[in-house]
Structure formats: C-alpha cells, structure tokens
Design a protein around this ligand. Sequence first.
Ligand SMILES: Cc1cc2nc3c(=O)[nH]c(=O)nc-3n(C[C@H](O)[C@H](O)[C@H](O)COP(=O)(O)O)c2cc1C
Length: 364
Amino acid sequence: MNLLKPYSSNHLNLKNKVVMAPLTRSRSGKTRVPNEMNNIYYTQRSSAGLIISEATVISERAVGYIDTPGIYNDEQINGWKRITKSIKRYGGKIYCQLWHTGRSSHPDFHNGKAPLAPSSIKPSGKVTTYDGMKEKEMPSEMTHQEINTTIDEFKNAAKNAITAGFDGVEIHGANGYLIDQFLCDGSNIRTDNYGGNLQNRLRFPLEVVKAVGEEIGFDKTAIRISPSGTFNDMFDSDPKATFGAFVKELNQFDLSYLHISRFFDPRGDLNLPDHYLNNSEMLEYFRNIYKGTIIACNSFDKESGEATLNNGEADLIAYGKLFISNPDLVLRFEKDAELLEWDNSTFYGGAEKGYIDYPFLLKE
Ligand SMILES: Cc1cc2nc3c(=O)[nH]c(=O)nc-3n(C[C@H](O)[C@H](O)[C@H](O)COP(=O)(O)O)c2cc1C
C-alpha cells in the first residue's frame, strides 16, 4: 500500500505517508505549557509518518482560545522538548503549527485591547473565554509597527520550535486566522500596501514565510492553507485567483511542504459558494501550480487517501478525526482493522477521557 511506504524528498524523510493533521485539543491549561498528558497523547500517535502539532500560539497577542499551547517562553519550550524527544525515541517526526488567531479572538485575552486584524471588520460568532462564551468584538486594524512585531513573533516562535526539538514548523495559514485574514478580500480591505489589490493581500503572508524560512531554513518551513474555508466568517470573492497566486509565489521558497486543507467547516455547513473550489477539483488545481511536496487533508479514509496518492494529486495524506480516535491508525490501515469512531464531545478541553484512552489494537 502506497500510504504505508516511506516518503523522501529533498527535505523530508518519513517512514510512511500517513500524516497526523493539526488538532486543537485545548488541554494545556492557562499557562499554555505542554504537559505530561499532552506528551502521552502525541507519543501514542508516533507511528504516523509525520505529526503536525495542534495550533500553537506564537505570542500572547496571538491567543484566541482557552488552554491551547504556546511556543513563546522557556516553560513552553521545555514542555514541548519532552514531547519531541519522546516522538523521536519512537522514530517519529513532528512539526509545530505556528498560530496567530488575529480577529478570531476576544479582548478578554488581551487585557481589554481589541484583537489584531488586517482590517476593522467584526466577524460573527462567539469565542470561548475563561468567563464563558462571548460575542466576537470589533478588531483593530494593524499598524505597520504591529505588522513588523508580528512577523518577528513568527520568526521567534519558529526559532523556539527548533530549540524545542521540532523537525520543522507549519505556518497556520488556514481556517480564518491571521494569515488567512490577510489573504482574503472579505477580511482585508486595507488601503495601504498590505491590502486592496491581490498582490498587496499576499504581502504579509509572504513576509512571514520569508522571515521564518530565513530564520530556521526553508527546508524546515511549511504552510497550511484552506482555499475554500468559510469557518470563522471567511469569504473571498475569487479564491481560485487569490490562492492560485499565493501558491505560485510560494514556489520561490522551496518549502518543506504545502498543506492543503480541502473544504472543511467544523459547524458542518456544507453550502459551498459556487465560485469556490470543491473537493474534487481542488488538489488538481494546486498540483498544477505548486512544484514541491503537497499534503492533502480533509475527509480522507484509507481508500480515498490511497487513490489520491496513486493518481498523483498529493504526496502525503493527513488524517484528523481518525487520528483522534485511532492512535495506532497506521497499524489499523496495515491490518485492515476496524476504525473506531470519535467522540465530538471530548474534542476540546477536559482530561484523559476522549484524549489518551482510545484503545490500541491488541498484539497478536
Ligand atoms: C478537534 C479538531 C481540532 C482541529 N484543530 C485544528 C488546528 O489546530 N489547526 C488546523 O489547521 N486545523 C485544525 N482542525 C482541522 C483538521 O486539521 C482537519 O483539517 C479536519 O479535521 C478535517 O480532516 P478529517 O476529515 O481527516 O478529520 C481541527 C479539527 C478538529 C476536528
């Protein structure tokens, strides 16, 4: 089976092509320091060819959710160190997903200050704060100084990730967070050189990629995009043009990989606007533009993952929910074993239940 064969490129050497998708589980507490329970969870899944960590905030200003981990202070670096060491001991690889939530946040996380965003456009929806669910509020349009500070924060977080033993970083450019907010014209209506026309909307995301790559090496730098994402109130008038142009520009960097998240909305709303790329056309579209390694994600099972590798539309397949409920997913694929269902109610927060207690196949 192609999925179970090793993968090697100029930048990656993986024991199989089964990738664990980034999955926020909100179990690192208020200090955002990865703990022993997080270590057990990741170690249980170390048979994946590559693990991509849950979204990990690059600074205090990047925060938008309760109890998600960070990578901006020494305690967090040390917490991650234990995890990366353990993954390595089991022959696995792990990248850190670098996250800035932008407008998908709340002033409660920022001492009352408005969340940062490309433009002052209030997204609909609520945020879970430490005082319960609250309506999102009007974000503040980032100044040039704030843009530069944020680029530095991405750079610093990438450096910290390497210090913490990660094999590389994946910049979170998907799902309506800061990078995505700059890319799409529904959230970026700036009138300076970071907005307005398409070329300007690409500027901040490309500056982040360049800064991170120059800091830790482009071979260790990757990015995730969700060209048909509508989660977090995202909209673009022409996603094909926006993401086509962005991905074309990414070719200049020779990155570790491009991670494409097909249409996904955790609210389960499948009403994709007509001008968006649907799941059957998306991979072929970007394969024709991008020259490097592509990871494809969203709604794959073993058969569709294998078919996508075999028809050449992607090099690696990432699995999300299946990895939540099947820590030994790779072995289950190999043995054609039963796949366990996940429990939505334990996705975010809580303790061991639904996190580290999904069973492994019994040894023969
Ligand atoms: C509980 C949960 C948490 C998620 N957290 C993240 C995240 O931190 N970063 C990200 O890019 N995507 C995140 N996603 C999206 C997944 O990476 C993936 O794209 C999605 O689950 C669809 O893939 P699947 O059909 O294999 O589950 C999350 C999804 C779920 C269900």
